[in-house]
Structure formats: C-alpha cells, structure tokens
Write a protein that binds this ligand. Structure first.
Ligand SMILES: Cc1cc2nc3c(=O)[nH]c(=O)nc-3n(C[C@H](O)[C@H](O)[C@H](O)COP(=O)(O)OP(=O)(O)OC[C@H]3O[C@@H](n4cnc5c(N)ncnc54)[C@H](O)[C@@H]3O)c2cc1C
Length: 493
C-alpha cells in the first residue's frame, strides 16, 4: 500500500492528461497511473502497411460482441492514449449541440450546461493545445471569446483546387482546426498524420501537451505499466483506495481525490468491475461512437498528389439538410489514403487500390449517434462485451448521398463510400453520462460521481451527446473546467 498522493489520475489520454496539466499548478502531489508505456520511434511509425495492414500499434486485446464473436478493437494504450494516433482535429461542439435537437432517428436530450458555460474553457483548451484554425470561415462556428493561437494548416495545391471546386459547387469548405505542427510532422517522413502514431511530438496530444505540461511540476509523478483493476469504496462512500497491477504485483494507493480517465470503454469497465458509481444503472449504457463513412471522390484523369490532405471541413449539412430540416452531420477530409491502406481495408485488389488511391480525394462523413440505454458496454467475467447499437443511420445515409451529389457537381464523376465498422471505436463516448439527476446520470456537471464525493470521471464517458464533430477538444475543455472546480471547491475546502 502506497500512501502519499493527494490526487490519483487513472489514464493519461486527453481527459487524464489535461486534468494533470491543470491540477499540477495546485502544488498537490499528483500520481498518474497509466497502463501503457510511452510510444517510442520505430520504422513502423510511418509504415502504412504496418499500421493499417498488420495493426502494429493495436493492443493485444479482444472484446466480444453480444453474439460472442471476438475482435481486436482499435483502442490504444500508450501514454497519451488514443490521442497518440488521432487526426488532431480539435473542434468545438456547435452551440446548438448543447440543446435538445430533433434528428431523423430521435431527439437528443441536450446537455445540463450551455455552450456559454464551456466557452471560456474551449478557449483555454485551444490555447493549451496550440490549435491552428480560423473561426471566421464556417457559418456554424459558435461564438469564440478569443482567436485561435495559430493560423490554419495550409492546403496543399491539390487540396486548394478541390476546395475551389467545392465552393463553386455551392458549399462552404472551412479550415479544419488542428493540433499538429505540420513542419515538424513532415520532417520525420512525408506521410499523413491521421491514424498514424506520433513518436516525435509533432502532434499536440494527451502526452505532448497534457502529461508534458504536468511533468514540468515536481509534484507530479507518472507511473507507466500500471493497470488499474479496481476502485475500492470505503464505509463513508468515498473511494478509499485504487488497486493496480504492476510488474506482476498488486498494489494499492489511496488519495483524497480520484480522477478516472481510462476512456469511455475502460472507465465503464472499471466502474462495473468495482461495483461503484452505478446507483443509476447507467454505467456502460448510452455508448455512442458516431456513424461515419469514408467517401472517395475519384477523377480518372486527375491525380491527387497531396501528402497529408486533411485541412478542411464542410458543415453545410450540420444543422440542417435532412428531411424537415433535421441535421445530417459533418464532412471533413481524411488523411491521404494510400493503395496499401485501401488494400488493407479489404475488398480491393492491390493494383486497383493503388490506382484508386492515386486518383481519389478522401473524405470522412460523420453523423450524430444518439444516446440509447441499450447501447452498452458490459462485463462477462473479465471479458468486455461491446454491444454498440447504431442509431440515426438514416441521417448518415442522407449525409453520404448529399456529399456524393456535391462531389458530382464539383466535377468528380465517381464517388465511392464505405462505412467504418464497429471494430473502430475511435469516437467512443457516453458511458458515464453527465446530468443533474442521480437517477438517470452517473456524474454531475463537474464530472463528480453522484455516488462518491471524491470520484471524478473525466474522459469521453461523461459526454451526454456525441454531436457530429470529433470529441477531443470538448473532453479537454470540460477537463479544464473540472480541474478549476476541484481546485476552488475541493482542494481549497
Ligand atoms: C485513429 C483515431 C483518430 C482520431 N482522430 C480524432 C480527431 O482527429 N479529433 C478528435 O477530437 N478525436 C479523435 N479521435 C478520438 C480521440 O482520440 C478520443 O476521443 C480521445 O483521445 C479520448 O480521450 P480519453 O481521455 O477519453 O480516453 P483515451 O485516449 O482512451 O485515454 C485513456 C487512457 O487511459 C489508459 N487506461 C485505460 N484503462 C486503464 C486502466 N485500467 N489502468 C490505467 N490506465 C488505463 C489508456 O492507456 C489511455 O492512455 C481519434 C481516435 C482514433 C483512435
């Protein structure tokens, strides 16, 4: 049993890393327990066949479907968590996303806080993560109290031409807000960054920003290879100890404040296994993951020589565009797809994949997945059962159809699409949702567990809705807001 830290943070992804960065200034002793190790540079780091074909960076782990089919999930365990491989899109939810919205597949519940409550923290998160963007381009952009710290990542010439074609076709391509230092990224090798591991610090992620900022303070310690297995409740309802496995031994540590940031699937698993924080029976439920498809815009006589490609988004169908004015979702560029990546996805022979990749502009269509208590993560013994029930699929199909129509108007004779499958839980969220009613939610508006006064769950689990934009900046903003609350109301008490 180790005693000592005032605060234990479980997990070092965007949630845990940002919490550590913000709480470090309190001077309290902080211990970060991270099951993974630091990603180190290796030849595979920029080898798309190793990453997408052989799954070199994936965990040696299996989850099962309710039917008992085992699969290897694309869920990453490193210092920095999933953000080590992320596309570094750091975008705000739209102001409308915080209110109930009627979708083709149902109505979202809205958030217990408003956009204006989170806005100052979005601003700080953008500053902390050094986001490159321009808030003046996208008509759906919510109010910003400041400006982005850096100008947008520039379009490559081939992508500037696509942007002009799309504009002429009647939509509004706008700068994608990004946390990547493009010159530093390209110095290592001329590859895209989306879904590639960051081994050189060019991405602004949970490790390079969150953990690195925290470790500048002597009161913060990071323990890697520390797999947390249980939270132990004391007789007073507080979390009395955190149990973890390291180097074959079981260890325990206690702290006045426990922050759980193991990611939406693993935080739920840990709460379920520990039988804590679940008076509402909502832990593990409301699992959401976005409905998304890759859409390839192909022109047989035009080659796309872009290296990274991922610099703009289109939100013309974000707030409306569906039947009766319902929202459809976000469109953004994917990292440039190669023939090897396409062949690894299956179904396309290598020569055809090479030709297609050379002539395609690759886009990502993303629609909101709505909370559903039946969509859930559970435990069967030690096995993680992943029962994601997709919702609002008709909105996604409509978005893909609209995008294809725009692409045809923009001069692409062929547009091919394929949905991302359920083994890619990249945008996982919702499994410990935030709310004011302890009967229907797991944490309060500052991510404190309704059932345990010293337990905070700060990662994608708290998100009450998935919206239709990438989640990381919203997780970071709420982490900063929660850390501020802890420093003012919990540590100062
Ligand atoms: C390929 C890919 C591309 C993406 N692109 C984008 C993007 O462009 N923009 C965006 O906003 N989002 C993107 N995402 C999603 C984004 O990365 C996640 O939403 C975000 O990183 C989630 O942060 P988190 O803190 O909730 O969890 P995680 O990143 O999952 O962090 C959890 C941490 O806890 C650790 N952990 C887990 N269990 C335990 C345990 N039992 N004990 C100790 N430690 C534990 C993990 O190792 C990990 O470090 C992408 C994800 C992927 C996989």
């Amino acid at each position: 049993m180790t005693t000592g830290p005032d605060i234990v943070i479980i997990g070092s992804g965007i949630g845990g890393g940002t919490m550590a960065a913000a709480l470090a200034a309190s001077g309290r002793r902080i211990l970060i327990l991270e099951r993974g190790e630091r990603l180190v540079d290796c030849p595979e780091a920029r080898d798309d066949a190793a990453i997408f074909g052989r799954g070199h960076f994936r965990p040696k782990e299996e989850w099962v479907t309710p039917e008992g089919e085992a699969f290897n999930p694309g869920n990453y365990y490193y210092v920095g968590g999933n953000s080590k491989l992320y596309g570094a899109v750091l975008i705000r939810y739209r102001a409308e996303d915080f209110r109930p919205i009627r979708h083709l597949g149902g109505t979202t519940p809205g958030w217990p806080i408003a956009y204006d409550d989170l806005e100052p923290w979005y601003q700080r998160a953008e500053e902390l993560y050094g986001v490159r963007g321009d808030a003046g381009q996208d008509p759906t952009e919510p109010r910003h109290s400041g400006s982005y710290p850096f100008a947008p990542v520039p379009d490559e010439p081939a992508i500037a031409a696509v942007r002009a074609r799309l504009k002429a076709a009647g939509v509004t391509p706008s700068a994608l807000p990004l946390g990547v230092d493009i010159e530093a990224w390209l110095k290592r090798a001329a590859t895209p960054w989306d879904a590639f591991p960051d081994t050189t610090g060019a991405k602004r992620d949970g490790e390079t920003v969150g953990v690195a900022t925290a470790l500048e303070h002597p009161n913060v310690t990071l323990e890697t290879g520390a797999l947390v297995t249980r939270l132990i409740e004391g007789p007073d309802g507080r979390i009395a100890a955190v149990e973890y496995a390291k180097e074959g031994a079981t260890r325990r540590v206690s702290a006045g404040t426990v922050v759980l940031s193991a990611g939406a699937v693993n935080s739920a698993v840990l709460l379920l296994r520990s039988r804590v924080a679940n008076r509402s029976d909502q832990v593990g439920r409301n699992f959401m993951n976005h409905n998304s498809s890759a859409v390839l815009a192909v022109h047989p006589f035009r080659r796309n020589d872009a290296v990274y490609q991922k610099t703009f988004l289109v939100n013309d169908f974000y707030l409306t565009g569906g039947k009766d004015g319902t929202p459809l979702g976000n469109i953004q560029l994917l990292g440039k797809i190669s023939g090897r990546i396409l062949a690894a996805a299956g179904g396309v022979p290598r020569p055809a994949a090479n030709w297609l990749a050379a002539h395609a502009v690759d886009l990502y269509a993303m629609s909101e997945d709505l909370p559903d208590p039946a969509s859930r993560v559970t435990l069967q013994g030690e096995r993680i059962v992943f029962d994601w029930r997709r919702s609002n699929w008709e909105a996604h199909e409509a978005l893909v159809a609209k995008l294809k129509a725009v692409l045809r108007r923009a001069g692409f004779p062929l547009a091919l699409s394929r949905p991302f499958d359920r083994r890619t839980p990249s945008h996982q969220c919702g499994t410990a949702r935030m709310g004011t009613d302890p009967a229907t939610s797991v944490v309060d508006v500052f991510c404190r567990a309704h059932d345990h006064p010293n337990l905070f769950v700060v990662d994608a689990s708290f998100l009450p809705t998935s919206a239709a934009v990438n989640p990381a900046l919203t997780i970071a903003a709420q982490a900063l807001r929660t850390a501020d609350h802890i420093m003012r109301k919990v540590l100062a008490a």
